[in-house]
Design a binder for this molecule. Sequence first.
Ligand code: GLU
Length: 312
Amino acid sequence: MRHDLKAIIDDIVADMRAETERGTVASYIPGLASADPNRFGLAVVTAEGEVILGGDAETGFSIQSISKVFTLTLALGKVGNALWDRVGREPSGSAFNSIVQLERENGIPRNPFINAGAIVISDVNLAGHRTGDAIGELINFLRYLTDDGSIVVDPAIAQSEAEHGYRNAALANYMRAFGNLQNPVEPVLASYFNQCAIEMTCHQLARAGRFLMLDGRHPGGGQVVSPARARRINALMLTCGHYDASGDFAFSVGMPGKSGVGGGILAIAPGKASVAVWSPGLNANGNSHLGTRALERLTTETGWSVFSADHN
Ligand code: GLU
């Protein structure tokens, strides 16, 4: 096992930059389709507070579904375990935006990380708020987690998400018909589209994930969530964080992780590191192609897989 973290990261970045097979950039909205597939960034924040950045680690990108980790954390803070009456905790084995399971399972989404589940979470976080306040709460949470006041929503991406959001609208309407949305569909979807359009850098994302590697603790002091809740969020990331490729990600990378169609992945090595990687080209399952490869290299070389005896 190598222990020279900076050299490991520099090697990975150099190799990923040289790769010619880079995956396919998401094309369902113009703001994502224009991303440069040659970009690659990697940021690692260790439990000791060391920060190692490589490549385009300070370039902002659309975090998309990675936002679902943070909205889940907020929703659990509001309603606790009652959340699990409305959203399951099982891998879906389906695409991120699949509607078929919903009918069979009476409008209860399989988990909080597929789109239907995240839309229910948006509904929970919207209770008693307007959309702007709910998004403000999420942005403030991210600013607190990162100690960085510059995080914002990219309004152009939010707008195009809404313009192309037919499938998400279908999911939301379907769940409302089953009584699993308490607010009107429109503000719930507006919240969901805005959370997907948050822009962050790898550096900021790795900082935002620190509480998940630290048993729920904010490195600046205090608990963000209890140690039990941090473990459970990590468990959901491991089992459900990569849609129907979650098993494969656990197999090849071995860390709790959450991907987004913007090409970012947040991955957690509990007690060791919070890692964010970004490369816009996606594999067939909609997860960052080089991001996944880079994380596989990282766990191989550091022993950070949660399944490794070396992990603890
Ligand atoms: N905005 C995307 C959607 O809901 C997010 C999907 C993703 O990042 O996987 O369709």
